[in-house]
Each structure stands twice: as C-alpha cells, then as structure tokens.
Design a protein around this ligand. Structure first.
Ligand SMILES: Cc1cc2nc3c(=O)[nH]c(=O)nc-3n(C[C@H](O)[C@H](O)[C@H](O)COP(=O)(O)O)c2cc1C
Length: 505
C-alpha cells in the first residue's frame, strides 16, 4: 500500500507499472546488496566498520561455507556501549534469522519477517545462501511500484564495491557467500615462514580478495644460492603459510602459480573463492606461531614411524617426495656428502661474507639468523654434524640426562625431492617444506631445514645418486626429532614488518 495516498493519484499511476505482469515479485528480484559476510571471531569494531563501508545493516555470519545467522546493526551498536566490549565477537551477537526461498513472493517475505520479529531474512536455495532480503528492500520495491522509482536490479553494484581490502564480493551464482578476511593479517602470518638465513626474500601485493607473492631478487644469496633454489623454497613456504592462514579464517582459496608469463618473479596469486576451506591446511594454523628452527641436540628417542608417515603424507599433498634416510650406511653416505658440501662452500667466493652478513644483522633490520638461535656443536658428538656451521652460537644445548650418553641424537633426516626442477617445482617444494614443518610442529617435533647439501651441485647429485638412489631431484634436507628433554623454549626469530614487504596495490 502506498504510504501517501496522494502519490497513488499522480500521473505516473496511470502508466502500466513496471511489473504489471507480476505485482508480487519474488525475493530474488528484490535484493539490492551484494553478499558480504563476516567470520564469527571478528570483533564488534570490525563488524561496525564493515557495515558502514558497505552500507548495510545486517551481515551474514559465516563459519566456513555455513551461514549461522545474522548480526544486526542495532546489536552491534548496543554491544559497543557495554564495558569490556573488546572481548565481544560477532559470534556472540549472531542471531538466527528466518529463511526464504528465492522464489518466495514479496508478500510472503513481509509476512515471514513480521512473524519472525525481524527486518531481514536469509534467502536460501538448497544448502546455499544466495542473499539477504531486508525490510528496506521490500519498502523500496513497494515504493517503486507506486512511484515508478527506478529500482536497483539484482546484482547491480552497490556503493563502492567490496568493503575494505580483504572483503570479497562474488556473483550470486557461486556456491556460498564470500567472507571478509583481513588479508593484512593473513599475510603477516605468512611472514613467519622459514627462509634461508632468514632473508625473507618476498614481496606481497594485497588486492580485493587476492594476494600476489613476488620473489625479491635483492635478497638472493648470490654465493650461497646462485640458482635461487633456496629463495624459491622460502617463498613457497610463505605461500603455504598464507594458505594455512586463509583456511583457518574459514575461506577457500585458489592458488595460481607463475600467473604472469612475462614476469618470472611473480610466483603466485592466491584468490579467495567461495567454498569449504582446506581442512588439512586449517589444522596447521596454530603451528605457525609455534614453529622455530631448532639447531640444538634433539632427543635420543626416535620419531615414531606413524609420525614419519604423517610427514611423508604432508609433502605428498604438494606433489613432493619426502624420503627418510635410514640405516647406518645411507646415513654415513649422507654425512660424507654434507661434509663435502661444507668443505667446497668454504672456498666459494662470497660464501663466508654472506654468512657473516646474515648472522650479524643490526637489530632494526629484523632479519638474519641471530646468535641466540644457533647452538655450538655438542661437545663429544659422535660423527660429523649435518648442520651448517654458523660463526657464532649463543643458544644453550639442552642438559644431558640419564647418565653418560652420546651427545648426538635420534633425529630423522629426510630429503624432500621433486620429479622436476623448474621454478614451479621449487615453489611447490617450498609449500611441501612448510606443510612438513608445520605438521611436525603440530606433532610436537623439533625441526631444522638444511640446504647446504643442495647448494653445491656435485653434492646434490651425490645425495640423489648415492644416498637416495632415486630419479627424483633433492630440494632440501629436513632434520626432525623429538625435542631433547629439558630443552628450553627457543627465542623467536625476527621478521620484517608487513609494511616493509608490501608492493603498492
Ligand atoms: C630454504 C631454506 C634453507 C635453509 N637452510 C638452513 C640451513 O642450511 N641451516 C640452518 O641452520 N637453517 C636453515 N634454514 C632455516 C632458516 O635459517 C630459518 O628458517 C630462519 O633463520 C628463520 O628462523 P625460524 O625458522 O626459526 O623462523 C633454512 C630455511 C629455508 C626455508
């Protein structure tokens, strides 16, 4: 019914109304906003800012692909006045909402909202949310019928598009609702990835629902890593950390490797997609903050076989082979190859200088390997150590317990290998490295990535031929073990700030 009877007598009333053939249009024809959702652990402040920016009064609350209800502007406004509101999340304020089918008519929609005592309903088809219909949409539609006001068609852009960097908008034909995620935060978590000498050789560009990863060639170790394998492995590890952060936020993502044929430094673009998040990746999220390279002696207890299998599976998911080096003979050959690499590298011009540079960084640089992360070799160790020798080490070795034991340990040495050796394979090997390290951390294991044996071509070939005896190509050695009893917590290693690694948007 028109709110003002005089309108009904206006000249426009004489024309045929735009929907003369259907004067009770379906819900799909009435919705005016693109779908923007929010995750339950977003804060009240984040939700308010998002609403203001998109110009909506309700947001669907998304747990993965599932909509659990709506958060209303009024609830947020009220919550903002509550002392201690900083502790409140969107999940605390989420309310169930009535549901409509896309074909439900305007009259039925009004009745559902009225009965439900709400001014918004979820429009659901099967198990997917296709939109939110609000009382305002109904009023606008009624007014347009009366007044011939132009109405925004379904899917027309409203306002300035997505809410803020990280909020995504997708067509309604997609399976589920996009959820805004703070991509700055996700990339910040990716920065915790391991990198050779902690060079952090990456740059990132954050767009709307996309993140680009670029190699930073200025941070390549020319003497240590002339082929840039370590650099690409490091970037791949960061890419996998990003996948984990995004999955933990309940989002699905697609990764395009080397998307720009004219720019080989553009290693990947991650694009948020509707759909269920990668559960395997999400499960590794807590390990990002816990993982640290441990260069100390590990436990005398071997890693249980089931855990080694879990590590092998984690690598396999990214197309890499993880081969445990087992038996005294193979381990002996590996030790000899690593000794050989260390001897040869000592004569590579620039190698020692690079090691010095990256182990004696000024603290504001927030990169490099601090002496507090390096332990001196355990006194009396049996055989040679597989570890790279760093100039300084201030990290205390764990105390020996249980009487006189050999100070070396039962850590397993595993070689990560790939079928081919192109840039793509090395980035994927980096993803596999991260998957293995985070899986190990999740299992409570200590880890040390070791690349020296792969940095010298002759040694790398020797490891492939004499130790592994497989056609695949070694990319990285991983030392993984139970932490030694009484091992102290490792100090965190520095990382550059997000702002220092962002490319202009
Ligand atoms: C590709 C790659 C190669 C690495 N090589 C070695 C190595 O040879 N020796 C070593 O002690 N650590 C190595 N690391 C570990 C890094 O030094 C370590 O990740 C970095 O210092 C950051 O510290 P964090 O892992 O504790 O966060 C490597 C890491 C990566 C990703």
């Amino acid at each position: 019914m028109p709110a003002d009877p005089s309108w009904a007598t206006g000249p426009q009333r004489l024309d045929a109304p735009p929907e003369a053939a259907d004067d009770d249009p379906p819900a799909t024809a009435l919705m005016t906003h693109d779908l923007i959702g929010i995750v339950p652990d977003a804060t009240v402040e984040v939700a308010l800012r998002l609403m203001v920016h998109v110009g909506v009064r309700h947001l669907p609350v998304m747990e993965g692909a599932l909509c659990t209800g709506l958060v209303h502007e009024t609830d947020l406004a009220l919550a903002s006045t509550v002392p201690g509101r900083v502790l409140l999340t969107v999940g605390d304020l989420c309310r169930p909402a009535p549901e409509l089918h896309p074909g439900d008519r305007r009259g039925a929609a009004a009745s559902v909202m009225h009965t439900g005592g709400t001014d918004a309903a979820l429009v659901v088809q099967g198990d997917r949310l296709v939109g939110i219909l609000t009382a305002t949409d109904l009023i606008r539609s009624l007014a347009a019928d009366v007044h011939r006001l132009p109405r925004q068609p379904l899917g027309a852009p409203t306002g300035e598009g997505p809410a803020r960097p990280g909020a995504v908008t997708v067509p309604r034909t997609r399976r589920s609702v996009p959820v805004p995620i703070d991509l700055d935060q996700a990339v910040t978590q990716a920065l915790r990835a391991p990198s050779v000498h902690n060079t952090q050789p990456w740059r990132w560009r954050i767009g709307t629902g996309t993140v680009e990863l670029h190699a930073d060639r200025n941070r390549q170790l020319d003497a240590t890593d002339p082929g840039r394998r370590d650099l690409l492995l490091s970037c791949g590890a960061a890419l996998h950390h990003l996948r984990v952060a995004v999955a933990a936020a309940g989002l699905a993502a697609e990764v395009d490797l080397l998307p720009d044929p004219n720019n080989s430094d553009h290693l990947a673009t991650l694009t948020l997609r509707p759909g269920p998040p990668d559960a395997d990746a999400a499960a590794l999220h807590r390990a990002i903050a816990l993982r640290c390279t441990d260069r100390r002696r590990m436990s005398h207890w071997p890693v249980p076989a089931g855990q080694v299998r879990a590590l092998v599976d984690a690598a396999h998911r990214y197309g890499a082979l993880l081969v445990p080096v087992e038996g005294d003979a193979a381990r002996g050959r590996l030790a000899a190859a690593l000794d050989d690499a260390a001897r040869r590298q000592a004569f590579v011009p620039g190698y020692a200088a690079e090691l010095r540079t990256w182990t004696s960084r000024y603290s504001a640089a927030r990169d490099g390997v601090p002496a507090t992360s390096v332990a001196p070799s355990p006194v009396g160790m049996v055989g040679s150590s597989p570890l790279r020798r760093f100039p300084h080490g201030e990290l205390r070795q764990p105390h020996m317990v249980d009487g006189p034991r050999a100070p070396d340990d039962a850590a397993v040495l595993l070689v990560l290998a790939t079928a081919a050796d192109e840039v793509r394979d090395q980035v994927l090997a980096g993803e596999a490295t991260s998957a293995v390290l985070l899986t190990a951390t999740r299992l409570g294991l200590a880890t040390t990535p070791l690349s020296q044996g792969m940095e010298v071509d002759a040694t790398r070939e020797r490891i492939r031929r004499d130790v592994l005896r497989i056609p695949e190509l070694p990319q990285l050695l991983l030392r993984i073990g139970l932490p030694a009893e009484h091992a102290e917590e490792l100090p965190p290693t520095p990382r550059r700030d997000l702002r220092a690694v962002l490319l202009p948007g």
